[in-house]
Design a binder for this molecule. Structure first.
Ligand SMILES: *[C@@H]1O[C@H](CO)[C@@H](O)[C@H](O)[C@H]1NC(C)=O
Ligand SMILES: *[C@@H]1O[C@H](CO)[C@@H](O)[C@H](O)[C@H]1NC(C)=O
Ligand SMILES: *[C@@H]1O[C@H](CO)[C@@H](O)[C@H](O)[C@H]1NC(C)=O
Length: 400
């Protein structure tokens, strides 16, 4: 009797599992997993990654000594993000000049990426007395050159974009926003940090949107994004200008701010961060990621952390803070999100890609610091690495 009941329920259970499975199959397009692209190195078995010692803070994981740039795959889901045709290559370099540090902005009309050189470091050729510079690079040129080189490193020319004196030490950018580039600037000496619009076309004229918080200068603005579905700008303010000797002592706590460019209304949306740095919204505008690079310019016991917040639909305050990830190489800097909600963070060995649950899926591994990245539709990622720029072609599409 006992045995029969058990057997019957086992059969019923088996039947429902079979039906459930059939259901899933009929409701979802189940595609076979993308094949591993040629430049991928797989570490999907846990022992290959977690039992290898690779040291503290800034050390890089590359146990096979594969020559970067490569894709490091820690989870098979990363293969679908890459697609079987994925590629990654160096497209510009200058060993004596950190020309490509921050503020990557892609302009579709001209297929160009704008970016700024490094600030307050010798390799950036900028300091208290010398402004940094904004450049642009043609991705069409880069693609042509890569076709000729068969995917080997190329070095396409970059073009200086002279901007008016209100633009001092550019550190963040986004766009296009109403046809313009949005830049946020560190400021230099007494010249204030600010949020500006830049015409992407010559004469690249500039309009200042904001340069103070009710009379107080910001500390040094770091990065900026537009909340999807709105024309509202969000930017981080942090004391890196002071830390790198470019600015006087901070006058305010480090914050994330919200700016309505039509009314000029500005307010704080996130506080209690150590050194808020990069930020990125999901496509639906309901979630925002903020990197806290406290350890950079601080100590190794400060954050190297990516936080996730809900965006309050009424006030736009960042609420309900959680940890997405504590990164394994240097700090988390610039952030982007793809249309499936995966989070891309520039770190000290390249770009780390996290699932929304915090799983590290893989890396665009360049073995050098990337401060920021930008998606360039339809399928490209541009990574800034100071003295080099890299171009990856992957299957995932960015929120732009
Ligand atoms: C990969 O590239 C090949 C050759 O260019 C092309 O035929 C194929 O459609 C591509 N596959 C995907 C998934 O894009
Ligand atoms: C590389 O940077 C140096 C400044 O350090 C500059 O003089 C030189 O023109 C740059 N080279 C190229 C090929 O742009
Ligand atoms: C640039 O100048 C043009 C012509 O005066 C003006 O229409 C445009 O708004 C300006 N753009 C910026 C970003 O200042």
């Amino acid at each position: 009797m006992m045995r029969r009941i058990v057997t019957t329920s086992f059969v019923l259970l088996g039947l429902s599992i079979a039906l459930g499975h059939a259901d899933v199959l009929s409701n979802r397009a189940v595609k076979p997993r993308a094949e591993s692209p040629p430049q991928a190195v797989l570490f999907c078995s846990p022992s290959r990654r977690f039992l290898i010692s690779y040291g503290p803070f800034n050390q890089h994981f590359n146990p096979t000594n594969a020559t970067p740039p490569i894709f490091q795959v820690f989870n098979e889901a990363f293969l679908d993000i890459l697609g079987s045709n994925a590629s990654i290559a160096e497209i510009a370099s200058n060993a004596t000049f950190a020309f490509a540090h921050e503020a990557p902005v892609y302009i579709p009309e001209t297929d160009e990426v704008f970016f700024a050189s490094d600030e307050g470091v010798p390799l950036g050729h900028s300091d208290l007395n010398h402004n940094n510079m904004v450049f642009k690079l043609s991705l069409a040129n880069a693609e042509r050159a890569l076709q000729e080189s068969g995917g080997e490193a190329v070095n396409v020319p970059i073009t200086h974009v002279p901007l008016d004196d209100n633009v001092q030490m550019t550190n963040g950018g986004t766009g296009p926003f109403r046809g313009n580039i949005v830049l946020v600037n560190t400021g230099r000496g007494p010249r204030p940090p600010n949020v500006v619009l830049v015409n992407p076309q010559p004469p690249n004229n500039v309009t200042v949107l904001l340069n103070n918080y009710y009379g107080r200068q910001f500390n040094s603005l770091n990065d900026v994004k537009v909340l999807p579905g709105t024309d509202i700008l969000f930017f981080t303010d942090v004391q890196y200008g002071f830390i790198s000797g470019l600015r006087d002592a901070p006058l305010m706590e480090n914050h994330v701010y919200r700016l309505d460019p039509d009314t000029g209304a500005v307010r704080v949306v996130a506080t209690d961060l150590d050194k808020p740095n990069g930020l990125a919204f999901t496509a639906d505008g309901r979630t925002v990621y903020v990197s806290d690079s406290g350890a950079a310019g601080g100590s190794v016991t400060e954050p190297t952390t990516i936080y996730v917040f809900d965006v309050d639909p009424t006030t736009h305050a960042f609420t309900n803070r959680r940890v997405l990830a504590y990164v394994d190489a240097g700090i988390a800097d610039g952030l982007q999100v793809d249309t499936d909600g995966n989070v891309y963070s520039a770190c000290s060995d390249g770009v780390h890609v996290f699932a929304p649950d915090g799983t590290l899926l893989g890396k665009l591994f360049i073995d050098m610091i990337s401060a920021n990245l930008v998606f360039a539709p339809p399928n490209r990622v541009v990574m800034l690495a100071g003295t080099k720029v890299f171009l990856a072609k992957i299957a995932a599409k960015g929120v732009v």
